[in-house]
Design a protein around this ligand. Structure first.
Ligand code: SF4
Length: 521
């Protein structure tokens, strides 16, 4: 059975004329005269544009490959005995009393109300457009938001002097909107890739905007090349080429210009450079960020080969990094090549299992293990539980990229419809939001008059986190674990031999074997 579905996908708005062959994805009979609705056919007309999911700026995308082992191949163990982390008394060990707070940071000083944070909300249109919804939603939920790479470099209004950023209204807008709602839990992390570092983004956001958490970026789960966006005007393409980005096709090339004017191509692509990881330069970057005022330095790596994962863990351990985010294949994106998204990289479960093995090895030598976060196709409370358990005791949080976006976008969509309806009926939008959102009244009591300033998308994100909180509390209570730190690998069972072999988690029929023998005498 093929794990993949090549040549047709909702992501690229392509389909096949008749049933495709499973491996190639080409129709079992490819007929001369077909208009070619498949990926090959669209590529015959629009070439490179068909590499990416569409429409850019309106979607997030995630791999549709059926990986041979995923989180559904594990179930959570439940027990009827006792309670860990709370008195084993039915009146006290109630599920609403389960503590879902966590901390990250080498000194555990970054507090989070719930063990999730956003993926990098960067310079793609969908990130820019939905920033307020996602960031404010994260702030009122007490979780971290990550400003992705290239935000300053992509800002059309940015002021750059001698190759260094001196002002970025877009970055200022982003930081300010989070900070207005920040109450001490969570925080803003700013990513710095090759271009950002060259542009002096760290110095700028530390000195001018008071940022103290930084994320060095090696990669992500969706792709193993740098970040990229689409550009719809020749002026913008030229501006970003002048700022040093790779822009394809070259907007100063005569043939490309002609193709754009004639409609043969409708957009340009801006790409970031590949990072070149080296141990010495990594430590220098960390030292540099600390020297210019970063209180916390974190690292995000992608679904790279095991040796690179080992590098990420070892270097982070040596540098006493505050958080290491590991993003597996299956992870989402605002823009990445569709086939790459499906076909490259170590899937999340396998990557997390390798992470666990490597952390164990280092921990046995007494090394510092940074707080670890796992990302890559996770969305609901059972994923959070399993993600924390599979990598316990090292995994402290789960990075939810597309999921938090989805909640924010749905909240925004319904908020807009409700606002229009209330306006037509001559009623207040606040009343409409109280009707629309289950958490509306709770947030109105919490924020009073300021409730009306909350974007509907932020309420949607908060509502989704709130739902996951109760869901996780229920799962944890079922496992009798009353705080996140008590979740361990023994809380899982593997449903297949493959999953057991990959993870080292007991196969369901072998679990508790010793205890069973003891009980049965
Ligand atoms: S060109 Fe038409 S017939 Fe051929 S594979 Fe594509 S959709 Fe099928």
């Amino acid at each position: 059975m093929s794990f993949s579905k090549p040549n047709f996908s909702a992501a690229t708005l392509t389909t096949t004329r008749v049933t495709p062959a499973p491996v190639s994805g080409i129709c079992v009979t490819c007929v001369d005269g077909c208009e070619g609705p498949c990926e090959i056919g669209r590529s015959a007309l629009k070439g490179r544009e068909v590499i990416y999911p569409v429409p850019f700026g309106k979607i997030t995308a995630g791999s549709e490959k059926d990986y041979p082992v995923d989180f559904s191949h594990f179930n959570i163990q439940g027990t009827a005995v006792g309670a860990v982390g709370v008195e084993a008394d039915p009146d006290i060990a109630r599920f609403p009393n389960v503590d879902t707070k966590t901390t990250v940071g080498a000194d555990n000083s970054i507090k989070m109300n719930f063990p999730v944070f956003t993926g990098a909300v960067g310079s793609t249109d969908i990130s820019r457009i939905n920033w307020d919804e996602v960031a404010i939603g994260a702030a009122i939920s007490g979780v971290i938001v990550v400003v992705g790479e290239n935000v300053c470099g992509m800002d059309p209004q940015a002021e750059i002097k001698n190759g260094k950023i001196v002002k970025s209204p877009e970055m200022e807008r982003r930081i300010n909107s989070y900070n207005q709602w920040y109450d001490g839990t969570g925080g803003v992390v700013v990513q710095a890739n090759v271009e950002d570092t060259k542009l002096g983004v760290p110095e700028y956001v530390i000195e001018k905007l008071g940022i103290n958490i930084f994320e060095l970026k090696w990669g992500q789960g969706a792709k193993d090349i740098g970040g990229e966006v689409k550009l719809r005007s020749i002026e913008r393409a030229i501006q970003l080429k002048e700022r040093g980005y790779i822009v394809l096709p070259d907007p100063t090339n005569h043939a490309a210009l002609k193709a754009f004017e004639a409609g043969g191509i409708s957009e340009f692509e801006r790409h970031s450079r590949l990072g070149m990881v080296e141990e010495e330069s990594f430590h220098k970057s960390v030292e540099y960020l600390r020297s210019v005022g970063a209180k916390y330095v974190t690292l995000k790596t992608g679904a790279y080969r095991p040796a690179d994962l080992a590098r990420a863990i070892k270097y982070s351990s040596d540098a006493k990094i505050d958080l290491l985010t590991i993003d597996g294949a299956g992870g989402g994106t605002g823009m990445s090549p569709w086939r790459m998204m499906n076909e490259w990289g170590i899937p999340t479960v396998q990557l997390e299992c390798l992470t666990y093995q490597m952390c164990e090895k280092l921990a046995k030598k007494g090394a510092y293990i940074p707080p670890i976060a796992i990302a890559g196709g996770l969305s609901l409370e059972d994923h959070i539980f399993k993600g924390l358990a599979l990598g316990a005791p090292y995994v402290k949080a789960i990075c939810l990229g597309r999921a938090l976006f989805a909640a924010a976008m749905v909240g925004k969509t319904h908020g807009k419809l409700m606002a229009e309806k209330m306006e037509l009926e001559g009623e207040s939008v606040v009343e409409g939001y109280l009707r629309l959102f289950a958490v509306g009244s709770e947030l109105k009591e919490r924020f009073g008059k300021d409730f009306e300033k909350l974007p509907a998308g932020a309420i949607g994100l908060y509502s989704y986190v709130d739902r996951m909180k109760q869901g996780l509390q229920q799962l944890m209570a079922g496992a009798r674990k009353f705080a996140l730190k008590h979740i361990d690998r023994n809380d899982l069972m593997a449903l297949t031999r493959d999953a057991a072999e990959v993870s080292g988690i007991d196969y369901v029929m072998d679990a508790d074997a010793k205890e069973v023998d003891k009980i049965l005498g």
